[in-house]
Ligand binder design. Sequence first.
Ligand code: ZN
Length: 299
Amino acid sequence: MKRIFVLAVLCIGAALTAHAKLKIVATLPDLGSLAREVGGDKVDVTVLAKPTEDSHFVDARPSFVVQLRDADVLIDGGAELEIGWLPPLLQNARNPKIEVGKPGRVQASQGVRLMNVPTNATRAAGDVHALGNPHFVVDPIIAKTVALHIAQTFSAIDAPNAAAYDANYKKFEAAINAKLQEWGTAMLPFKGQNVVAYHDSWVYFAHRFGLNIDTFLEPKPGIPPSPSHLAEVIEKMKAQKIKAIIVEPFHDRKIAEKVATSTGAKVVDFAQYPGGLPNTDSYVKLIDRLVANLTAALK
Ligand SMILES: [Zn+2]
């Protein structure tokens, strides 16, 4: 009798656990957005960085530690984008469930081939891309890979809802596949064009859509523009007749506008993260907006 009682309590406990929503923390808004797509109403997602802030240099708030302490799953980039602020938070949170290698940790870069991996890490010179370029989620095909990784992690931790995570992933995959054609068609007339960016965040986007985005207002990732470097950029832009300069919400737009005035180029508002531009509250809407803004400038 006692044994049956204990079993009953265990069953109720298991049932309660199964119905509780998974607590997900994502370091970055793009990862949070993919977690919401895949997790739907089975998960609560908290995102640490704001979509309009520079994700290399996030102001770590004490509340982040509390969120990390309570998390069932942590999704981070895994390519040192957050190296300046995430490690001390994790140390303080002391949550063994989300350590690297544990089932509750998704490192988005796993299974992604990083571009521009330097032969020697140059972090000492202030370069914030020492491990290779960490801004990979803006490639929609990579976003599918990351979403699948997230879905598999949720399913492993929360098996009773595995079918829902799988269905949500398939819906996201189908939406991206349908959109890839539309985006590709819109970008096709500009294949091979050179575009300037403030920061080196667009190499994966450029690769996907056949652009060259390899000239930057920053002399090195994370190092602010200098007058001598900008003079070189202006010369190059004139020589190559470059028409567009990509800026993100946290960049100094005035610097980009000055360069644009000197070269006849247009400043194009871009963001890596859903919510970084108006009406971009989902991943698909964000890429829609980027394609629309860039094609308008290149026409
Ligand atoms: Zn960067």
